[in-house]
Design a protein around this ligand. Structure first.
Ligand code: 2HA
Ligand code: ZN
Length: 274
């Protein structure tokens, strides 16, 4: 059996969390990631029949029964994951009952999965239904996007439109736009259900005055998605208080989707009749 500390999914989780910490997005224990693993990937490093502990999830995740995830731990700091993966990460499998997580590795010292586990698992269910290749759900507190939710209308169409205007490639990177939730109590099944509902249509869901959820096929892609939204929010926050003399026009955005061959985009979020 190979050493799990050398597993690409462990190494990549360490690198990604360290990168996000360095960007200032994940202060203290802020942020959490869950990454769906294939059984063969896990079996190369762990005895999948050896369950270390069983942890109740507190919600129904039946569609994910038998699925494996590597997940960040509750109360753990992104800045510490790379140096000590076995304490800050865990590999779990959802049991046949859909309501229990079986710990196969990690969370050393008695830890457990992120407090946002409901939002993660419910988002995986929603995204897998939309895209069977989805594997990553990432939650983080990007500074400028968070700031934007204090000063910008939280309407999804308006917020998406503003973000699309901020960098040329925004409409290409997130043609599906951003979903937005009002401030809600985090860590609850209710915010999990609300996030998953948005994830049916959006790969990015903004949590007002808190942060963002992103979903994608790989850690790199999901990070890149959130990074692009955050960059757009940064340009917005750098310019919102200044007179705007120029912008990317809706007709330019149409040229972009055409150039990049994007078939599915939120055309209804553009102001084409004005
Ligand atoms: O894990 O970010 O939303 C800490 C959080 C909760
Ligand atoms: Zn958070």
């Amino acid at each position: 059996m190979k050493d799990i500390l050398s597993a690409p999914f462990v190494v990549e989780m360490g690198k990604t969390t360290a990168n996000m910490y360095r960007l200032g997005w994940d202060e203290r224990n802020g942020g959490n990631i869950s990454y769906l693993l294939h059984e063969e990937e896990v079996a190369a490093y762990l005895d999948i029949h050896k369950v270390l502990r069983e942890i109740p999830t507190g919600f129904n995740a039946l569609p994910l029964a038998g699925r494996y995830f590597i997940v960040t731990g509750t109360g753990k700091y992104f800045k510490n994951v790379e140096g000590d993966p076995a304490t800050n990460l865990g590999v779990i499998r959802i049991k046949e009952d859909g309501a229990t997580a079986q710990l196969l590795w990690g969370f050393q010292g008695g830890g457990k999965f992120t407090s946002e586990f409901p939002a993660h698992m419910m988002s995986h269910m929603a995204r897998l239904a939309a895209d069977p290749e989805n594997r990553v759900v990432m939650h983080t507190h990007p500074t400028h996007l968070l700031a934007m939710t204090y000063v910008h209308d939280l309407d999804e169409s308006k917020m998406t439109h503003t973000l699309w205007e901020m960098c040329t490639e925004c409409i290409v990177v997130f043609p599906d736009g951003v979903g937005v939730l009002p401030w809600m109590l985090c860590g609850t099944n209710a915010i999990g259900e609300a996030t998953a509902e948005k994830m049916k249509d959006f790969r990015v869901v903004v949590w007002a005055q808190h942060g963002v959820y992103g979903a994608g096929k790989t850690l790199d892609e999901t990070f890149g998605l959130i990074e692009t939204v955050e960059k757009a929010a940064q340009i917005y926050m750098l310019t919102a208080h200044l007179p705007r003399l120029n912008t990317i026009k809706d007709e330019d955005m149409l040229k972009l989707v055409e150039l990049f061959g994007i078939k599915k985009y939120r055309r209804d979020f553009l102001h084409l009749d004005q």
